[in-house]
Design a binder for this molecule. Structure first.
Ligand code: 3AT
Ligand code: MN
Ligand code: MN
Length: 545
């Protein structure tokens, strides 16, 4: 609390308790969330606790082992400590079946990052029940990804400027960040933000239930993705937390209903804050739109509550803001109906209609011949897609640029160089797709192609009345610039990686095929973007105007 009797930067809107109807819809909401399989089983929950217990012990023995190797006495090595802190969805209590456990390992100053990626990773590998363990030491936030007893775990590491890690260590004190390297500060950030969010909500259980609902809704509507310019898990959590602060005594059904209407009406770029932004002991930037033009350009700023305050929604563009605003409105309408009893919660969780919505799409195809390289290359391309979106936003005849939140991965077994090229160009060929690995083994000129295809939906301005001839749509400049930028990646290798941008239509009709030859649109959406049975039959052929 801030000494004024409430949590947050303004007084609550209402401190009223929820009414009988809100209690009813909260019960039906929880029932629907269970039906939608958002909760793990009790058995899985127990497995997680056991795994975390083992991990905590493993981190202590890691610190002990490194301490001994640095000449510490047995007693001093044991006293050096070592703690784990969870963050992410597990810490918030909103994880689903199969979610990972995000775990921060906190170690004393004589244990290095190299120790973590050598000694600890090796200890992990040798631990019973560990089926995967692979480190990414040079990531922006270095991580070891592992799987223990079937539970995926992300391990981060922070080395504090302390000679031992006390059992009751809290990460809340900003002074802990003094004299740490940037990677440690970033690694501590996830935990410090999650803990702060939990401290800043009036009722943790109401917050959890509400966030579970909003996360599922955002995933189903394909607006859950930080890289693609929508919001990621932390940003959604902060939005829900803010609504909880505004209605401290409301229950989940009421919070969700207020969430949609308040977010729809929010006067962006006014930031969403869970507490006042504070200065701290480091020489680092704190979010400040008055000082920094970059911060001023944030369209939907949602600011993290732990020092140093940062904007979690840096990637939002005009298009993604428009798409999310539209979804807030649709959500508000459905929840209104749920409250009066003319709709059910399942309607809120209806699947998006992205692949039914637009006539034109861009396909961005990243390809390589190697599965490990493909992950890196596709990730690089994906992280730069928003640059393409922003360039397309300047094309006058386009009214909306809609990036999809997930790439579609495919492995194709090709028999010839020509097949390899056609797959990398995004041509779909049933014969190649049906082929298995064995079908190309030992064949000369054969090769495996890994492709990841991203989609952007394009809404085009209605035709001006009285204009003649086909609408002109020239997007060659943005797409060429984007391709150049993707190839500007410092690890780009022309001989190993491909990137292609294609302009396609949802359907392919006979008359289109003729018209399309002239417009450079050569294909239609492939079947793999639809669930089985989802693809609608082709519309009756309309006469082209
Ligand atoms: P899941 O239930 O695991 O899907 P989550 O919210 O826990 O949802 P993640 O495990 O992906 O999601 O991420 C947990 C936190 O880790 C969120 C963010 O603070 C941090 N994080 C995730 N991805 C990155 C990244 N690429 N770089 C830096 N931090 C990241
Ligand atoms: Mn997670
Ligand atoms: Mn994770």
């Amino acid at each position: 609390e801030n000494g004024r009797g409430y949590l947050g930067v303004t007084p609550p809107i209402s401190t009223g308790e929820s009414n009988a109807r809100e209690k009813e819809v909260t019960a039906t909401l929880m029932e629907e969330l269970r039906k939608q399989n958002t909760f793990e089983s009790e058995e899985e929950a127990r497995t997680r606790e056991i795994v975390l217990g083992r991990v905590a012990a493993l981190v202590k023995s890691f610190v002990r082992e490194v301490s001994l190797s640095r000449g510490f006495s047995e007693a001093a090595a044991a006293a050096a400590g070592g703690q784990i802190f969870t963050f992410g969805s597990y810490r918030l209590g909103v994880h689903g079946p199969g979610s990972d456990i995000d775990t921060l390992c906190v170690v004393p100053k004589h244990v290095s990052r190299e120790d973590f990626f050598e000694v600890f990773e090796k200890m992990l590998r040798e631990t019973e029940g560990v089926t995967e363990a692979s480190g990414v030491p040079d990531a922006y936030v270095p991580v070891i990804k592992a799987k223990i007893s079937g539970i995926p775990i992300d391990f981060l590491m922070a080395r504090l400027a302390l000679s031992s890690i006390p059992e009751d260590l809290s990460l809340q004190d900003d002074n802990l960040l003094r004299n740490l390297d940037d990677r440690c500060i970033r690694s501590l950030g996830g935990s410090r933000v999650t803990d702060e969010i939990l401290r800043l909500v009036p009722n943790v259980n109401v917050f959890r239930d509400s966030l579970r609902c909003i996360k599922l809704w955002a995933q189903r509507r394909a607006i859950y993705s930080n890289v693609n310019g929508f919001l990621g898990g932390v940003a959604w959590a902060m939005l829900v937390a803010r609504i909880c602060q505004l209605y401290p005594n409301a229950i989940a059904g009421a919070i969700v209903s207020r969430f949609f209407i308040i977010m729809y009406q929010w006067s962006w770029p006014q930031p969403v804050l869970l507490k006042q932004i504070e200065e701290g002991p480091l020489q680092v930037r704190v979010w400040n739109p008055k000082l920094y033009p970059g911060d001023r350009s944030h369209r939907m700023p949602i600011i993290t509550p732990a020092y140093p305050a940062m904007c979690a929604t840096h990637n939002v563009t005009a298009s993604t803001q428009m798409i999310m605003t539209e979804e807030f409105k649709k959500g508000a309408d459905i929840v209104d109906k749920v409250i009066v009893g003319t709709a059910t919660w399942s309607e809120l969780f209806a699947k998006h209609d992205f692949f039914h919505k637009y006539r034109y799409y861009l396909q961005i195809i990243a390809s390589t011949g190697d599965s490990a390289l493909q992950i890196k290359w596709a990730g690089t391309v994906e992280s730069r897609l928003r640059q393409l979106v922003m360039k397309l936003e300047f094309v006058e005849s386009l009214t909306l640029i809609h990036p999809f939140t997930k790439g579609f991965e495919q492995v194709s077994y090709c028999l010839s160089e020509a097949e390899v090229r056609s797959v990398a160009q995004g041509e779909t060929n049933d014969e190649i797709q049906k082929r298995k690995k064995e079908d190309i083994e030992g064949k000369e000129g054969a090769g495996t192609v890994y492709t990841t295809t991203f989609y952007i939906g394009l809404a085009i301005e209605a035709k001006q009345p009285g204009s003649v001839g086909p609408r002109r749509l020239d997007i060659s400049w943005p797409t060429t610039e984007f391709t150049k930028m993707a190839k500007g990646w410092d690890k780009f290798d022309e001989t190993k990686m491909g990137i292609v941008v294609r302009h396609i239509k949802r359907y392919r009709t006979i008359s289109d095929q003729i018209a399309l030859i002239y417009s450079g649109i050569s294909s239609a959406l492939p079947d793999n973007v639809y669930d089985p049975g989802e693809r609608q039959p082709k519309p009756a052929q309309k006469k082209r105007p």
